[in-house]
Design a protein around this ligand. Structure first.
Ligand code: PEP
Ligand code: MN
Length: 359
């Protein structure tokens, strides 16, 4: 069995999209029940209530979670408001305690996904469960590590899984707390269209204003769900105060989200026509690129015979200039055309390098 064979039918037991919401951290029984009550009354369409019981904090001496007592509060939320519950587990002890308390959905946090020993320990502790286990992307932009964590779960027979895109750490200051790097998540989605993908706009944005935009972007490309932090009194939250929103704001945000259909039925004919044209053009593009590379090979031979350096900066300058010019004439983004030509140029250098060393 490999990850591609998983059916992940578990997700059909929930609404589409599947929204998990609740406070970053469980703080007190009244904060948990108060938040759950308002989530219920606000009419927010949520499938599960989240709360961190054990909190991975960057620095010591801060609030590191209430610990197992918080599991009782999650139970109460379930009993009183009927929400399924979700929490993060970061070691075997957390897993046993959360399973014992019958938390419905568990997730592996970004700081755990980076560590194969931790993931292996968690996976082994989870053996035998059929509860959904979600895996956040690792803090560093490493797709293989993210996939590897899911493979470790599968290695222990865990077949109900999902992935959470929560963005990636950077040293640079950006408008995000964790930059989304959409391409990594989209690569994941392309490789594993069968694994439900969730967006975590809260940890990507780190603020309240960007949340709706990031969530919408994810739904535009077909994510199945979201995990969003919501607190009864966000400004006074004990962790991640700046990114949490009230249940009422969350309800409004969810109702404004446009959910895209990943199913194209009804539009197959029209879509088919466009797709045929696109495929035809792709074939032509590849054919042209191959011809272009053959010319590069000739140039490579010429450079080798005459001992000329491969990289000629003034030639590259000419190429970027006409590419930019053409981009604006045809109404395309210069940024995009530059990326394409950089890739072509790099490959061309690679090809010529091969000629220099080999023949
Ligand atoms: C969280 O969900 O509260 C959390 C700690 O997230 P992450 O693992 O993405 O940092
Ligand atoms: Mn948080």
């Amino acid at each position: 069995m490999n990850l591609n064979e998983l059916t992940n039918d578990w997700v059909n037991d929930f609404a589409n999209p599947m929204i998990i919401a609740g406070p970053c951290s469980a703080e007190s029984e009244s904060q948990m029940l108060g938040t759950a009550k308002r989530l219920k009354e606000s009419g927010a369409q949520i499938s599960a209530f989240r709360a961190g019981i054990w909190k991975p904090r960057t620095k010591p001496n801060g609030f590191e979670g209430v610990g197992v007592i918080g599991l009782n509060w999650l139970k109460k939320v379930k009993e009183e408001y009927g929400f399924k519950t979700a929490t993060e587990v970061a070691n075997a002890h957390h897993v046993f305690a959360a399973l014992e308390a019958d938390v419905d959905i568990l997730w592996i946090g970004a700081r755990s996904t980076v560590n194969p020993f931790t993931v292996q320990e968690i996976a082994q502790a989870l053996r035998g469960t059929n509860k959904p286990i979600l895996v956040k992307n690792p803090v560093n932009p490493d797709l293989a590590l993210w996939i590897g964590a899911l493979e470790r779960l599968l290695g222990q027979g865990i077949e109900n899984v999902g992935a959470i895109h929560r963005g990636f750490s950077t040293y640079q200051k950006t408008k995000y707390r964790n930059i989304p790097n959409w391409q990594i998540a989209l690569d994941f989605k392309n490789q594993f269209p069968n694994i439900p993908l969730f967006i975590d706009p809260s940890h990507i944005c780190g603020n309240r204003t960007g949340l709706a935009g990031v969530a919408q972007e994810a739904f535009n490309v077909g994510y199945q769900g979201a995990i969003i932090e919501s607190h009864e009194d966000p400004d006074n939250a004990w962790s991640d105060a700046s990114q949490q929103i009230t249940p009422e704001v969350l309800a409004e945000m969810i109702s404004n989200l446009q959910i895209r259909n990943s199913d194209i039925s009804g539009y197959e004919d029209e879509m088919g026509k466009h797709r045929t044209l696109i495929s035809d053009m792709d074939f032509q593009l590849i054919e042209l690129l191959s011809q272009r590379m053959k010319i590069s090979e000739k140039i490579g031979t010429l450079k080798k015979e005459n001992n000329i350096a491969i990289f000629q900066p003034e030639r590259w300058k000419v190429i970027t200039e006409y590419a930019n010019q053409k981009a604006s004439e045809t109404g395309m983004s210069q940024d995009f055309i530059e990326k394409v030509f950089k890739a072509i140029h790099e490959e061309s250098i690679e090809v010529q390098n091969g000629i220099m060393v080999n023949k």
